[in-house]
Design a protein around this ligand. Structure first.
Ligand code: SF4
Ligand code: SF4
Length: 184
């Protein structure tokens, strides 16, 4: 089917709302971790002035983890793999292009709420500036590595263990996930 660049951005932005990205970003930005930092499209008091397909598709470690933990990361990746012209903080995506599938992301805002509270607690516990930002990068790297070794079960197990250890301080999220899974 044909899809427009604008529609893809709207689909992605809606999905991010369902994921609850705003709740995580609030904690992250307050602690100096904004991924928009230094971007020329960022306007004071307005936010992004040039939303593009690339930034909509991009997930940081925490958002990636939420989709990984709820089994939705593949769905996200498959959808965005169809969108051409993604670049760094801009896109060359055509106005209209072909896609084979839409994007179906379940609402997980209660999980994001739990993760945001866990991150707040980590900020309080760790005086060292940037603790949650370093953790975000470590989780991000491990999930990417996991995606790169689909055919190697031994390696996958090791990386899955790493991710589990990294996510061990997320107590509220773990409880929320236990309640979430049986219903989905
Ligand atoms: S790095 Fe992640 S949590 Fe932080 S502002 Fe960007 S998208 Fe939000
Ligand atoms: S273009 Fe991307 S990095 Fe720049 S302000 Fe917009 S969302 Fe942030």
């Amino acid at each position: 089917m044909k899809m427009s660049r604008q529609t893809v951005i709207e689909i992605g932005s809606d999905a991010l709302r369902e994921i609850g990205s705003d709740l995580i970003c609030e904690v992250c930005i307050a602690n100096g971790g904004s991924c928009c930092y230094g971007c020329r499209h960022l306007a004071d008091g307005i936010g992004c002035t040039r939303r593009n397909t690339s930034c909509t598709a991009w997930l940081c470690g925490y958002l990636k983890y939420l989709l990984y933990a709820t089994g939705q990361l593949k769905e996200w990746d498959e959808f965005w793999r169809q969108v051409p012209g993604q670049d760094f903080r801009e896109d060359f995506t055509p106005a209209v292009f072909d896609v084979e599938k839409g994007l179906l992301i379940r609402s997980i805002r209660p999980l994001s709420e739990a993760l945001a509270a866990d991150l707040q607690e980590l900020v309080r516990q760790h005086i060292a500036i940037g603790f949650i930002l370093t953790l975000r990068e470590k989780i991000d790297k491990n999930i990417d590595r996991l995606n790169q070794c689909e055919q190697d079960p031994k390696k996958r197990k090791k990386i899955e263990r790493n991710i589990k250890v990294l996510a061990s301080p997320f107590h509220r999220l773990r409880r929320a996930l236990q309640q979430y899974e049986p219903n989905n």
